[in-house]
Design a binder for this molecule. Structure first.
Ligand SMILES: *Cc1c(COP(=O)(O)O)cnc(C)c1O
Length: 236
């Protein structure tokens, strides 16, 4: 379908332009195509065009799509949604990445449930960078302790940090929240960690995130179009 192709190309061009402006190379920034609420056929279509990394938010939907797309060997699955402790198993068995670790209990369960024949699950700690009480993610002052605990889990590989900033048009505020995540990652590396990943930036703000060092942008709407909200609500 021409429209999916052109939307995807448009996002890749935005990434390339933003990377160039920041003095970075395009290959430093991975596009994670967020396919939540869209059918497995849309994922398959984009995979056929060359996209490899896909993000999902809901365990049930992720599980179904993973099965439907088992014949796509290079597909890299990123689980990016909130994870309840009674739903970790399917993710531990199927995902390549989990971006949304916000407490140790979830990490411990994923570690225990990660099959021995798979490589360690690559994970990011999600940080609440906006200070909003309602937001997911661990608090910035708790990141070091959580990172230490996660690093001790042998079936997980801590790659970096993830954040969803405040929903605002205020670009200074957004840039400040992205910069905070980068600072937290850099502080960890100063203290002996080796974290290469900053998962930040979505359809509306990926340029700002790339300017602040994003290595993974998670983009849904700008590729697949607007989501059906009713479906999204009933899945959460
Ligand atoms: C849905 C979602 C995205 C994609 O957001 P868009 O604005 O559609 O690009 C990125 N990250 C997370 C965690 C999401 O839940």
């Amino acid at each position: 379908m021409a429209t999916l192709f052109s939307a995807w190309q448009g996002v890749l061009q935005r990434i390339g332009k933003a990377a160039g402006k920041a003095g970075r190379v395009t290959t430093d920034v991975r596009l994670v195509a967020v396919s939540k609420t869209f059918p497995a056929d849309s994922v398959r279509e984009l995979y056929a065009l060359g996209q490899r990394d896909f993000g999902e938010n809901y365990v049930q939907e992720f599980t179904e799509k993973h099965e439907a797309l088992a014949d796509c060997p290079e597909l890299v699955w990123h689980f990016i949604g909130p994870l309840q402790s009674n739903k970790t198993r399917s993710v531990a068995e199927r995902a390549h990445w989990v971006h949304s670790i916000e407490r140790l209990k979830i990490a411990e369960r994923l570690n225990a449930q990660r099959p021995a024949d798979l490589p360690p699950l690559q994970v990011c700690i999600q940080v609440n960078v906006s200070g909003e009480a309602s937001k997911s993610g661990c608090e910035p002052e708790d990141v070091v302790a959580l990172a230490q605990a996660v690093t001790a889990l042998p079936r997980l590989k801590l790659r970096g940090l993830m954040a969803i900033p405040e929903s605002t048009e205020d670009t200074d505020k957004l840039a400040g929240q992205f910069a905070l995540l980068r600072r937290l990652r850099d502080d960890l590396n100063t203290h002996g960690f080796e974290l290469d990943t900053l998962s930040m930036g979505m359809s509306g703000d990926l340029e700002l995130a790339i300017a602040e060092g994003a290595t993974h942008v998670r983009v849904g709407t700008a590729i697949f179009g607007a989501r059906d909200y009713i479906k999204q609500e009933t899945q959460a």
